[in-house]
Design a protein around this ligand. Structure first.
Ligand code: AP5
Length: 220
């Protein structure tokens, strides 16, 4: 299965991708996670990416493509969930080209549809584990012990790009650069829209149902 998870910042793409990837034993390929790891490691690509991410813009197409191709030639040979890539039409064209080169094609593009009014509180309440990347929400998806990662016990932190002014810029970037992908993939017959409003389990149920309907297997 080769899927793209699309949607505005904070719509819950990462939360749903982690769960779906675990259940279906698929690699979760998150360009945001890869760029954050590169920035934390201080690699040349990470040094370029860090200030752009902290300002809410898009990192250069070539840097993210290199991250994605490395995974396509590694763990993601068997299939993948691409979370946060592509993010503009030129990245979508890059992806089509590098998949075709490997004899691969997308099975679907899931668009997590959520109104801005619901996005802001999700991002404001997000807490992440700096050690293993696990993502929580102070009320919507809380850890078992407040402020601590369920898996490794590390103290949870707020992402640098979840500050209000950066969130505003990320939303602007999304509207200008990423939202046109909805039409792009709709025209190709690949778009699957999932209503991302409601709790994590409810949205997950809709995702599974939508994918089952698309593959002709009916409901869960
Ligand atoms: P990235 O990490 O991809 O950020 P994003 O797309 O802005 O998405 P988020 O991670 O903010 O949100 P999400 O939809 O995954 O939501 P989540 O599940 O965490 O990218 C970061 C930056 O890296 C970009 O700004 C850019 O600079 C750069 N970048 C990355 N990819 C790039 C690319 N391809 N090209 C160029 N630059 C790139 O959920 C959010 C919160 O809500 C969490 O707290 C969660 O617990 C909670 N939550 C989730 N679902 C629910 C629910 N149903 N109910 C209640 N709470 C919920």
């Amino acid at each position: 299965m080769r899927l793209v998870f699309l949607g505005p910042p904070g719509a819950g793409k990462g939360t749903q991708a982690v769960r779906f990837a675990q259940e279906r034993k698929l690699p979760h390929v998150s360009t945001g996670d890869m760029l954050r790891a590169a920035a934390a490691a201080g690699s040349p690509a990470g040094k370029l990416a860090k200030p752009i991410m902290e300002s809410g813009g898009l990192v250069g197409d070539g840097i993210v493509l290199a991250c994605v191709e490395e995974r396509l030639d590694g763990d993601a040979k068997v299939g993948f969930i691409l979370d946060g890539y592509p993010r503009n039409v030129s990245q979508a064209q890059d992806l089509e080209r590098v998949l075709a080169k490997r004899g691969m094609a997308l099975d679907g593009v899931v668009n997590f549809d959520l109104a801005i009014a619901s996005i802001v509180p999700r991002m404001a309440g997000r807490r992440s584990c700096p050690s293993d990347g696990a993502v929580y929400h102070v009320t919507g998806n809380p850890p078992k012990v407040a402020g601590k990662c369920d898996k490794c016990g590390a103290a949870l932190v707020q992402r640098a790009d979840d500050k209000e002014e950066v969130v505003r810029e990320r939303m602007r970037t999304y509207a200008e650069k990423t939202a046109p992908l909805i039409k792009h993939y709709g025209d190709k017959g690949l778009l699957i829209t999932v209503d991302a409003d409601g709790g994590v389990d409810k949205v997950y149920g809709r995702l599974v149902d939508a994918l089952a309907a698309r593959s002709g297997k009916g409901a869960r």
